[in-house]
Design a protein around this ligand. Structure first.
Ligand code: ZN
Length: 83
């Protein structure tokens, strides 16, 4: 794994300059700071991050959405289409 320092880059956490280095694998590009524990990554293909995908998946697995007052949205739609 080749890690390259980014010339002139400033760490968003400790605000030091030239401490950010980056490396990448097949899917992602990583940035990390050698002066603090800052680390970041982004997908090279621009797709949503794994974290967001997991969030969406969790919502789908929960079944019908429930409104804040506890009424299922499916029932809500049935009532409105009778008009
Ligand atoms: Zn830092």
């Amino acid at each position: 794994m080749i890690k390259r320092f980014i010339a002139g880059a400033v760490c968003p956490r400790c605000a030091k300059q030239d401490t950010i280095r980056m490396y990448r694998d097949e899917e992602r590009e990583y940035r990390e700071c050698v002066a603090c524990d800052f680390a970041d990554s982004m997908r090279l293909d621009g797709q949503p991050d794994h974290k967001e995908e997991e969030l969406i998946q969790t919502r789908v697995n929960q079944g019908p959405a429930v409104r804040e007052d506890g009424v299922q949205v499916l029932k809500f739609f049935d009532a409105t289409t009778k008009h």
